[in-house]
Design a protein around this ligand. Structure first.
Ligand SMILES: Cc1ncc(COP(=O)(O)O)c(C=O)c1O
Length: 388
């Protein structure tokens, strides 16, 4: 027992804060604006498709390892419809247990011990854990407020002989930044010149309020070096179903599949049928989803700004990053630990998403994927923090 357990190695970045904050939310009757899940389910027709699949005996036994054909075809059609990119549903699409498994399997498949993986921080907590489990070394490039734009000079300097890949998340959790076409193109050029792979986490691809989602794989030279990852959780408001996917070349898909085989092998059979139907929803569904979330973003942004937070309005995702210094606060972790008692609201200190914790020390993240009346009530509870 002298060697540190894996839980010790993975401790730090975000691993415990969500559990701690959710427990605090339950114990204090707080409104939980911490973890990002909607408080209303997705389309009823999609839920009915899942129920029918179960009752009709579709997907109740192990589905094919790469995912059911209906879903693989629907994913390929989705990439064609939104990004004009062609993927072979039989060799270039892999269904996973949420984006979480896709990220883990891709990193385990592509990173060898000692390889460096560049990720923009603050980053989603699974990145640090999965890079560590793959034996890689994470190399952060920091996004800074107010706009959280990627600094391409810093990225260039971060690339070394050991760099294996760039792990990119746009729209970006937690900052809400949506990388522009120019930024994506510049990153792509670096990847091509330095012969790097890119893993893109695109789970918020349909949650964009300003700008566009650029598929990294569609940029020159990137189709053969990009592993694109997305999932149904955010786009269809069924985060508990955990249906995700990978699109990439046959070689890259086979590599990721080899790791996935020994993580879950398969998962969510009946939900795969339902997500196949969800992906075929008309454009109006995706437009309405973004409109609805945009109005919620506006309610929470305006309310938090009015209370005195410095608000960095997000272009995408369902998170708002704020700075608490104008409220006279100095430490986001202390602030969030105390907030349930003070205001019966839960938020997440962004410091846990940074290696350089000082960089995010006074940032606090709020989720706005909640009903308008819940957001209004949360703001009423937070009003007591108002200074002056
Ligand atoms: C950036 C990012 N990637 C991946 C995930 C996980 O996606 P899934 O629920 O499909 O595993 C999340 C969920 O919060 C996320 O924010």
């Amino acid at each position: 027992m002298n060697r540190p357990l894996l839980s010790r190695r993975l401790a730090g970045a975000g691993t415990t804060i969500f559990a701690e904050m959710s427990a605090l939310a339950a114990a204090t009757g707080s409104i939980n604006l911490g973890q990002g899940f909607p408080d209303t389910d997705g389309p009823r027709g999609v839920a009915e498709a899942a129920a029918s699949a179960i009752l009709e005996g579709r997907g109740n036994q192990y589905p094919p390892g790469i995912g059911i054909p209906e879903l693989r075809h629907a994913i390929a059609e989705h990439q064609q419809r939104f990004y004009a990119q062609t993927y072979d549903p039989d060799t270039e699409v892999l269904v996973t247990a949420g984006a979480t498994e896709a990220i883990a399997a891709a990193l385990l498949a592509l990173v060898e011990p000692g390889d460096e993986v560049i990720a923009f921080e603050p980053y989603y907590d699974s990145y640090a854990a999965c890079i560590s489990m793959a034996g890689g070394t994470r190399v952060p490039v920091t996004l800074r407020p107010p706009a959280f734009r990627p600094d391409l000079d810093e990225l260039r300097k971060a690339i070394t002989k050991r760099t294996r890949l760039i792990l990119l998340n746009s729209p970006h959790n937690p900052t809400g930044a949506v990388f522009t076409r120019d930024e994506m193109t510049a990153i792509a050029r670096l990847a091509v010149t330095r012969d790097l792979l890119v893993i893109t986490d695109e789970v918020y691809e349909h949650l964009i309020y300003h700008g566009e989602h650029v598929l990294m794989a569609s940029l020159p030279g990137m189709r053969e070096r990009t592993v694109s990852i997305s999932s149904a959780g955010k786009a269809f408001s069924f985060t508990g179903w955990k249906i995700g996917w990978v699109t990439a070349t046959p070689e890259l898909v086979s590599a990721v599949r080899a790791a996935k085989q020994f993580l879950t092998y398969v998962s969510g059979g009946p939900f795969q049928y339902a997500v196949a139907e969800a992906l075929s929803l008309p454009d109006s569904y995706f437009i309405d989803l973004a409109e609805d979330l945009k109005s919620k973003r506006d309610i929470l942004s305006a309310g938090l700004a009015d209370i005195g937070f410095e608000v960095y309005p997000p272009d995408g995702t369902y998170f708002i990053t704020t700075d608490i210094r104008p409220l006279g606060e100095k430490d986001g972790i202390d602030f969030c630990r105390d907030l349930p008692r003070r205001a019966r609201v839960v938020a997440i200190p962004s410091a846990v998403f940074y290696d350089d914790q000082a960089a995010g020390k006074t940032q606090v993240r709020f989720a706005f994927c909640k009903r308008p009346e819940v957001l209004t009530e949360a703001l009423a509870r937070l009003a007591g923090l108002r200074t002056g």
